[in-house]
Design a binder for this molecule. Structure first.
Ligand code: G16
Length: 539
């Protein structure tokens, strides 16, 4: 049954910020998945005693890619695969399953918040035994393999029915089709005060959770409606669809429009939330009120004592460099460790494993803790529900009180999309050379204090990562530039703008950061080099 198939390398199988993300049509090319998966197995080496998880967010090509992975794993002598029922597993649930069952790792099929379908995107992430994505040293080794691969092994047998739970043998390998929801739900019940949240719903509290036709639907129905008693209909768009029903499953003010419109209408629920394609991102809303992911991380950290699992103390907190400094002020107040890492959840893993941090988060709608090694959308929603249940306050009251105590970091991200890759690379390189000359220069009310590339030395493995360029101003404002690592074609230039105000907390964020936006565009010469006078997406 096992055959060896000759193949030729693809040159573009280098993982980005979070795994390999490409257009579906690229991934559908002959041997594309086969080459990548075989390269992963080549790097791992002896597989005879290894068990892995396989599952994905259910997008177009999920099932086809899973069947290929099963056959390649069997042919390469993998001992056992755990597979999410119907091929589904959310990214956070995958991390739970890997850790709980002490697996050797997992292949999670997802392009996250990117649109799906034949004309959309597909992705493949590789996690190790931590339940987190592998460090760059491993992904680089896999990339090297992909550039010289000449054959792969595959079991030439029929496809497997993944609709039923159960264990069986396939091509000499054990397979167990698992309930994708159970372990995850159990873990959430052990972290949060479900009784308090249940009581809040019983007392008439209302919520709307938008699963965006993606993988979190079944998790959300089980947790929010079945267990916590939120009224039926609180979870919307809950059936995972191959093309996300045409939605762009990115929980932000632009793409979760249906939810945002509802929450800013007179029918709004007390609380609104959305998750992305694979369930690791989250957006939090109150009645006519949006909580930025930066503030959410700060508020979660500040309120850790309200949550049963964390109430006895936390280690510290980390954020990506591009994320606002709101949480830094909370870390200082609570006298806990504080770290800034490059963009990418994998950079938090060593900090969690070495007990340096408990919470972490990013501006890109990711929040999480050391309960797993991925960001966790439903966890963040439950954290907020638990805060509201414990305090009796609204989302807006909670956030405004936080700003009154800590000041407010006004924060907006500008994305310039579809830029020619060479143009974007040159723009960044030229900007980097210019940075030292900016120091002490004044632009209107803003004077540059420091300007430098962001360079991170991992305190555990001492690896060095350079990602992004930062301009710091004397008043605490910052401009961060970096190129996205999750796109599937061309380049996206991200410009992150932050302006701190200790007392003036009620201004419009866009108005507040607009002088910084002008400086950012001028300094990097974005309009003249890209032809774009304004950002494509502002979040
Ligand atoms: C991934 C990473 C995040 C990162 C985000 C955006 O999220 O896990 O750490 O912040 O991409 O990355 P970039 O700015 O490079 O596009 P996800 O939810 O897409 O897996």
């Amino acid at each position: 049954m096992i055959i060896t198939v000759p193949t030729t390398p693809y040159t573009d199988q280098k993982m980005g910020t979070a795994g390999l993300r490409r257009k579906s049509k690229v991934v559908m090319q002959k041997n594309y998945v086969e080459n990548f998966v075989q390269s992963i197995f080549n790097v791992i080496g002896d597989l005879s005693n290894k068990t892995f998880l396989v599952g994905g967010d259910g997008r177009f090509y999920n099932n086809i890619a899973i069947q290929k992975i099963i056959k390649i794993a069997a042919a390469n002598g993998v001992k056992k695969l755990l597979i999410g029922q119907k091929g589904l597993i959310s990214t956070p649930a995958g991390s739970v399953v890997i850790r709980k069952n002490k697996l050797n790792g997992g292949l999670i099929l997802s392009a996250s918040h990117n649109p799906g379908g034949e004309n959309g995107d597909f992705g493949l992430k590789y996690s190790n035994e931590t339940g987190g994505q592998v460090p760059s040293s491993v992904s680089d080794a896999i990339y090297q393999q992909t550039t010289k691969i000449s054959e792969y092994k595959i079991c030439d047998d029929s496809d497997i029915d993944l609709s039923k739970l159960g264990s069986f043998e396939y091509c000499g390998m054990q397979i167990e089709v698992i309930d994708s929801v159970k372990d995850y739900v159990e873990m959430m019940q052990n972290i949060f005060d479900f009784n308090a949240i249940k009581k809040m719903f019983a007392n008439g509290f209302t919520m709307r959770f938008d699963a965006m036709n993606a993988v979190t639907g079944p998790y959300a129905i089980e947790i929010f409606e079945n267990i916590l008693g939120a009224p039926k209909g609180s979870v919307v768009n809950f059936i995972p669809k191959e093309d996300f029903g045409g939605l762009h499953p990115d929980p932000n003010l632009v793409y979760a429009k249906e939810l945002v419109d509802f929450m800013f209408s007179d029918k709004a629920a007390d609380f609104g939330a959305a998750n992305d394609g694979d369930g690791d991102r989250n957006m939090i809303l109150g009645k006519s009120f949006f909580v930025t992911p930066n503030d959410s991380l700060a508020i979660i950290t500040d309120n850790y004592k309200l949550i049963p699992h964390y109430k006895n103390g936390i280690y510290g907190v980390a954020k990506s460099a591009a994320t606002s400094t709101a949480v830094a002020r909370v870390a200082k107040e609570h006298n806990i460790g504080y770290y800034e890492v490059p963009t990418g959840w994998k950079y938090f893993v060593n900090l969690m494993d070495s007990n340096r941090i408990t919470f972490c988060g990013e501006e890109s709608f990711g929040t999480g803790s050391s309960h797993i090694r991925e960001k966790d959308g439903i966890w963040a929603v439950l954290f907020w529900l638990n805060i509201l249940a414990a305090t009796g306050k609204t989302v807006e009251e909670t956030t405004v009180e936080h700003w009154k105590k800590y000041g407010r970091s006004y924060y907006i991200r500008f994305d310039f999309e579809g830029v020619d890759t060479a143009t974007a690379d040159t723009l960044m390189a030229d900007l980097e050379t210019k940075l030292p000359n900016l120091i002490n220069q004044t632009f209107g009310d803003f004077t540059v204090k420091e300007a430098a590339p962001f360079v991170y030395k991992d305190p555990v493995d001492e690896s060095i990562t350079k990602n992004g360029l930062i301009i710091y101003f004397t008043d605490g404002s910052r401009i961060v530039y970096r190129l996205s690592g999750t796109g599937s074609s061309g380049a996206t230039i991200r410009v992150y703008l932050e302006r701190f105000s200790a007392e003036d907390i009620s201004q419009n964020p866009l108005d507040m950061v607009s002088p910084l936006a002008e400086i950012a565009l001028e300094v990097a010469e974005i309009p003249s080099r890209t032809g774009k006078v304004k950002a494509d997406v502002i979040t």
